[in-house]
Design a protein around this ligand. Structure first.
Ligand code: AMP
Length: 118
């Protein structure tokens, strides 16, 4: 079992965060280093390190992450203009925190999906 990360402590409220939502499956809080006007992280409460560790038992939590992203986008008033959801996985995906998280980015045009190679 890979050691839990700072996100587990945020989920258990042992560390402070700007938490927007929590239920029995997922937690959402503002990113500490926002990359766009709105930058929220949505995480499963259970410690799943990466997408590569997902099992069928996680499907309810992973599905809930999308419906919570939609709710937060509506609550924050950005749903009509659109937004981006990003999930990084592992080294090549440049995942920094090994606890699955969905980035919700918006409040402005977030730009092209990836830097073009050519
Ligand atoms: P990733 O590169 O996909 O693993 O993204 C990790 C994200 O976690 C980054 O956007 C960080 O700014 C964010 N982050 C790290 N520590 C915290 C924290 N204590 N509270 C909120 N966001 C955090």
């Amino acid at each position: 079992m890979i050691e839990e990360t700072i996100f587990s402590k945020i989920i258990r409220k042992e560390l402070p965060s700007d938490m927007l939502y929590q239920d029995e499956l997922v937690t959402a809080f503002r990113d500490i280093n926002p990359q766009r006007s709105l930058h929220v992280l949505i995480v499963p409460n259970r410690h799943i390190p990466t997408v590569d560790d997902v099992t069928s038992e996680d499907e309810a939590a992973l599905g809930r992450m999308f419906s919570v992203a939609r709710k937060i986008a509506r609550d924050e008033g950005i749903s009509a203009d659109g937004y981006r959801l990003v999930v990084n996985c592992g080294e090549h995906g440049r995942q920094e925190v090994p606890h699955i998280h969905m980035h919700l980015l918006g409040g402005e045009d977030v730009g092209p999906m990836l830097n073009r190679r050519n």
